[in-house]
Design a protein around this ligand. Structure first.
Ligand code: ATP
Length: 469
């Protein structure tokens, strides 16, 4: 038996349905049927979130398996057959790519994954890397899907990862509604605190898509077993199959730390420290922006858009001179609008101490004091006391903002966005023995091991944000 890595991307359509992860699930089943063995969960990776031609979350998948030597063509045949059958080729946006590597993953593909998360990759470049690595490739239409397919193979050594158990329904049922009881999701969120992105602050489910795609729901978390168990407790009907994906979601994999504005590249995502040069102000549509100075006298505008809701309200408290670190995507210069940072989160590092001139209380009767005129001292309004030395004093003003992270609400999270409170397991999380199946997920009672022993992320998040549980 030797190892094979099969990458797939760009098979779906926003309007007409399908999902590359569903196709992945079908391919896993078919490959299992021909004797492939899976020792680890398949990978679902999110690539550069700023790519203009992505359909949704710029996701691509890689199935890693063991099979007899000489099995590459058969694996490709199975993958191609199902891609021909299920992908939405009639949608202009779908340009499927399938790539297969035999043996260990070459360094060049690992570098391609890093590049595809941070930059824009040319199709020809990706194909040349695939050829160099001896990958078998099948690109449909403009072959752009090969970028994601090859990059997903290269995601072998992601330093941090999370899990998502995805449940699927019949792919031909293209309704926007799912047969899922939202109250079961609210209650499992409490029972499995290592899972997140289940419901928003008002209890509305976030993990159920509204598109015509085959995904019924997805349970994300930092513990594989919890994610599976939680998914098995979702009250739903019509589950056709499920897969537990290892993912780079919510790991900030797309973020690069840069020293100053000179290092910003369009369509990349960065983390940069600076001082507030112009305090936040609102614009038509409810969007908010402030200007950030990078310590070298260069400034760039940072934007928080209307859908980020309370995030804007909290940022509004910043003033000139405050020191912050921002995380966000670089929006290219467009229609006369200069390049800017679309904010994902902000760390408030230092707040300027604001001072206000106030009149002291009367030293005799503690009553309020008032000025006796321009350039003169104060006198007591209540008892009339004056001694010629009573003058206004400067007192610190309490800011309506404190140091620490400002995160947007869940509804505004991008797939790769790492909430400031999310911590990954120190040791590698053990994967359950089984990570895919047909039919409904039955409640899992034993046979699986969890190595998470730390406090839950949610507890930590609640504590860090100073909220009551
Ligand atoms: P979904 O999340 O539903 O799978 P999607 O947002 O992933 O949809 P795709 O249909 O996969 O959308 O389209 C994204 C396309 O962009 C793919 O063809 C992929 O190969 C390509 N792509 C991904 N990352 C990059 C990159 N860094 N540079 C250039 N092209 C990229």
């Amino acid at each position: 038996m030797i190892e094979y890595h099969l990458g797939i991307d760009s098979t779906d359509s926003l309007k007409l349905g399908m999902c590359t992860t569903y196709l992945g699930a079908r391919i896993i089943e078919a490959l299992a049927g021909m004797g492939c063995e899976f020792e680890r969960s398949p990978d679902l990776v999110r690539l550069n979130p700023n790519i203009p031609w992505k359909t949704r979350g710029n996701g691509a998948v890689c199935i890693r398996m063991m099979h007899a030597e000489g099995g590459a063509e058969e694996i490709m045949r199975v993958a191609q057959g199902l891609t021909d059958k299920l992908s939405v080729l009639e949608d202009e946006q779908a340009n499927p790519g399938i790539a297969l590597v035999t043996g260990s993953v070459p360094e060049e593909l690992k570098d391609l994954y890093i590049k595809a998360v941070h930059e824009v990759v040319e199709i020809e470049y990706a194909i040349s890397v695939g050829e160099l690595c001896g990958a078998l490739m099948k690109g449909y239409k403009n072959r752009r899907g090969l970028i994601g397919a090859l990059s997903a193979i290269g995601a072998m050594d992601m330093p941090n990862w999370t899990w998502e158990t995805m449940a699927y329904r019949d792919p031909y049922s293209r309704t926007r509604e799912r047969m899922v009881d939202p109250s079961s999701i609210a209650s499992l969120s409490l029972r499995y605190p290592s899972t997140f992105f289940n419901i928003d602050g008002s209890g509305k489910p976030l993990c159920i898509p509204h598109s015509p795609c085959p995904v019924m729901f997805g349970i994300r978390g930092t513990d594989a077993v919890d994610s599976l168990k939680a998914a098995s407790e979702v009250a739903c009907s019509g589950m056709e199959r499920w897969v537990l994906w290892r993912t780079n979601q919510h790991t900030d994999a797309h973020i690069e730390t840069v020293e100053n504005i000179d290092y910003l590249k369009e369509l990349s995502s960065v983390r940069m420290k600076g001082g507030v040069a112009r305090r936040p102000s609102y614009h038509p549509g409810g969007h908010l922006s402030f200007s950030l100075e990078d310590g070298r006298n260069h400034t760039i505008d940072c934007w928080a858009y209307e859908p980020t809701k309370d995030f804007r309200k909290r940022l509004r408290g910043l003033i000139e001179g405050d020191v912050v670190e921002v995380w966000g995507g670089i929006r290219a210069e467009e229609d006369g609008m200069p390049a800017c940072i679309n904010l994902e989160k902000v760390l408030v590092i230092e707040l300027v101490q604001l001072m206000k001139r106030t009149n002291p209380h009367c030293p005799e009767c503690k009553g309020p004091t008032e000025s006796m005129g321009r350039g003169q001292s104060l006198r007591c309004k209540a008892c009339g006391f004056r001694n010629g030395t009573l003058h206004p004093v400067l007192r610190p003003v309490e800011r309506d903002l404190c140091t620490g992270f400002i995160d947007p609400p869940e509804v505004a999270w991008r797939h790769l966005y790492r909430p400031s409170w999310l911590e990954f397991s120190k040791e590698p999380t053990k994967t359950p023995a089984s990570f895919w199946g047909r039919g409904p997920l039955s409640p899992i009672t034993g046979g699986m091991i969890s190595v998470r022993s730390e406090r839950s992320n949610r507890e930590q998040g609640v504590k860090k944000r100073g909220l009551n549980a």
